[in-house]
Design a protein around this ligand. Structure first.
Ligand code: ADP
Length: 669
């Protein structure tokens, strides 16, 4: 057994690996960048070593610094988690050279699967079914065109060295082939320094079904069943579940055995995932193998009752797999969703900021929450914007979906935008309940999944106003306690006047619309709130220190979470009412802010300019794309906010820019 494991990762996966190590009585070492000195994974480790500045390439991707940390702390093994150094064959070699156990497959297995064309050739030789296609060395455009015609359109052009959906183009007919090929090659050359491509038949309604495999050094290889990860956005997984709905036992065995054959063909050791596309008729085709633990591994743990990290540790220590294929069974159904700091209403732009309020469902037999952050932590641009993974388990799929909806209902985040509402909409969608899944699920149902936030209902708006009024009253009481005469009427913040009931008008901005509300302070300390539609609500209540507002609106008691920071008020209801942000309008501050920002379009986050689509002096229509910025692995398009003229474009393609810098000078017409 290993004595001390260094976890070469951060966030939830680092915390998750350490949890198992602790349970097994193995000491843990964390590594951290300057941005993570106060992070949860550092707090949870027995020892921690700083490995560099915030940027991942200078810290978590710095193999030398990680190995040095292992040497300095006497760690005898390194767990790479996922991402960063997990699929880096050179790093696996360097660990071996340093006499440190790499908790992962042999470097040769990582290399064998690293190149898509090479991997396909090996899989074909091992008898693993492939999507009909071409992955040969002859890259002559005429050859490729002829092969595409043989395969039959639509055809998918993929970069051989690809990953993350880059260098991929769907071609609908022969006439469009040349342009798509050049575009894919250009993108592949820029992203991977290698413009080789392969061709595949493009499946129009495939499911993404992947198999968890495990192998030991004694030559035994098992499959731990499959996961369905068809619910994706831009080829990134959003919802994952196990087992894959609707698979017949013989299909499950066939896909499991194909995955085992794939792993065996490359001398695999440890945990790996073989990804397949499954056609509407149930035929499945090898896509790629991920030679590491996956983000979505917990759903497999939930249905098998196993701890995959424990198995990884044991296999790395030379132990045989503790079970045979026939000892494994599926218990119930598990679903995972990825809770991200991103704004679905703004094209899923990754969000950064401080988690002012964070409440996640409590772990129990049905719910597991994997997270690497706490309330008060900051999410920066340097890393993946994942806040947590919510994993649920129950006896069958519909029961698991109910658990998921409840878990999402109990998820409260204030401080950064999140995809909670989007996940709730997926979990509540009839097509999801019916397991009508394929990789275009989100695309097809976008209109249902991204509802317009609309106007908040009367009770939500009344709650926001009530929360504001109660907050003011509490602040005034605190101030009065500090002053000499706590009972002075001048210390009461109720608009209280001798023998009179005062009225005040408040303006709250919600999703760009200003809502005017009038408040009458009644003599008994309660309020009469008149909403924009003229409806009057009698309101009273209390607000707890933990941000729970107990409201009584027209005699009906209710409870919501209400978080106030300065002029920002967030009301977190449940799935039916949603989360609503309001800003108390302060006319003076607004005028100053808009004056300062006029005529500039600034970068929403640090990034690199990948395209400048306009020229200085150009007249453009509202919505015209002007500059494309790449940040956090995504492209963000800055568009003309109105009809007008571009006055200045200070940056060129390739320039690195900071957060909030003016990228475009603009003069509205
Ligand atoms: P990458 O390594 O760039 O992520 P993959 O080969 O893993 O690329 O494919 C990513 C996703 O693209 C898949 O999950 C699937 O949704 C889609 N995809 C890939 N190949 C095909 C295909 N032949 N037909 C239809 N969709 C495909």
């Amino acid at each position: 057994m290993l004595d001390k494991i260094l976890v070469a990762n951060r966030g939830e996966i680092a915390c998750r690996v350490m949890r198992t190590a602790r349970r097994l009585g193995i000491a843990t070492v964390a590594v951290y960048s300057d941005a993570d000195a106060g992070a949860l994974h550092v707090a949870q480790a027995d020892a921690a070593v700083r490995i560099g500045p915030a940027a991942a390439r200078d810290s978590y991707l710095n193999a030398g610094a990680v190995l040095d940390a292992a040497r300095r702390t006497g760690a005898d093994a390194i767990h790479p988690g996922y991402g960063f150094l997990s699929e880096n064959a050179g790093f696996a070699d360097a660990c071996a050279a340093a006499g440190i156990t790499f908790i992962g497959p042999p470097a040769s297995a990582i290399r064998a699967m690293g190149d898509k064309s090479e991997a396909k050739a090996r899989m074909a030789a091992a008898g693993v079914p492939l999507v009909p296609g071409y992955h040969g060395a002859d890259q002559d455009p005429a050859t490729l065109q002829a092969r595409a015609a043989e395969i039959g359109f639509p055809v998918l052009v993929k970069a051989s060295a690809g990953g993350g959906g880059k260098g991929m183009r769907v071609v609908d007919d022969a006439a469009a082939f040349d342009d798509a090929l050049s575009a894919a090659k250009r993108e592949a050359a820029a992203a991977f320094g290698d413009d080789r491509v392969l061709l595949e038949k493009y499946l129009t309604r495939p499911r993404h079904v992947e198999v968890q495999v495990f192998a030991d050094t004694q030559g035994s290889v098992l499959y731990l069943f499959e996961r369905d990860c068809s619910i994706q956005r831009r080829h990134q997984k959003v919802v994952e579940e196990a087992p894959a709905p609707g698979l017949a036992p013989q299909q499950r065995r066939a896909i499991g055995q194909a995955a085992v054959a794939a792993a065996a063909a490359i001398g695999y050791v440890g945990a790996g995932t073989v990804e397949f596309l499954m056609d509407e008729d149930g035929a499945f085709y090898f896509m790629e193998m991920n030679t590491r633990l996956q983000v979505e591994h917990p759903v497999t743990e939930m249905i098998t009752g196993l701890d995959l990290v424990e198995w990884q540790v044991r296999v790395a220590g030379g132990e045989p797999l503790p079970m045979g294929q026939d000892d494994l069974a599926i218990d119930g159904h598990a679903i995972e969703v990825r809770l991200y700091a991103e704004d679905p209403q703004a094209g899923f732009l990754p969000a950064t900021g401080t988690l002012h309020h964070l409440r996640l469902p409590a772990d129990d037999v049905h719910v597991r929450v994997d997270t690497g952050v706490r309330q008060g932590d900051a999410l920066t641009v340097h890393y993946d914007p994942m806040i947590a993974k919510l994993i649920v388990h129950d006896r069958d799929r519909l029961a698991a979906i109910r658990r998921l909806r409840t878990a999402l209902d109990r998820t409260e985040v204030v401080g950064v935008a999140t995809n909670t509402g989007f996940l709730q909409a997926i979990a509540a969608h009839p097509a999801f309940a019916a397991a009508d899944l394929d990789t275009r699920f989100i695309e097809r149902h976008t209109a249902d999944l991204l509802p317009d936030p609309g106007v908040p209902g009367g009770p939500v708006l009344a709650s926001a106003v009530l929360g504001l009024l109660l907050g003011r009253r509490r602040d005034a009481a605190a101030a009065a306690r500090l002053s000499h005469d706590p009972w002075s009427p001048w210390n009461v913040a109720d608009g209280w006047r001798l023998n009179d009931e005062a009225t005040e008008t408040l303006a709250l901005r919600h999703a760009g619309t200003v809502l005017e509300v009038s408040v009458r302070y009644l003599r008994d300390g309660t309020f009469r709130i008149v909403l924009p539609d003229g409806a009057a609500v009698h309101a009273t209540g209390e607000i707890d220190a933990d941000s729970t507002l107990h409201a009584v609106l027209d005699g009906v008691r209710g409870r919501v979470t209400l978080v106030r920071r300065g002029r920002e008020i967030t009301v977190l209801g449940h799935a039916a009412t949603g989360t609503h942000h309001f800003t108390l309008v302060d006319p003076i501050a607004e005028a100053e802010a808009s004056g300062a920002d006029a005529g500039r379009l600034t970068s929403p986050m640090p990034g690199r300019i990948v395209a400048v689509l306009a020229t200085a002096g150009q007249e453009v229509a509202a919505g015209t794309p002007l500059v494309i910025l790449e940040a956090m692995k995504m492209e963000h398009t800055l568009r003309a906010p109105a009809d007008g003229r571009v006055t200045d474009l200070p940056y060129a393609v390739g320039d690195q820019v900071e957060d909030g810098v003016p990228l475009i000078g603009f003069e509205p017409a």
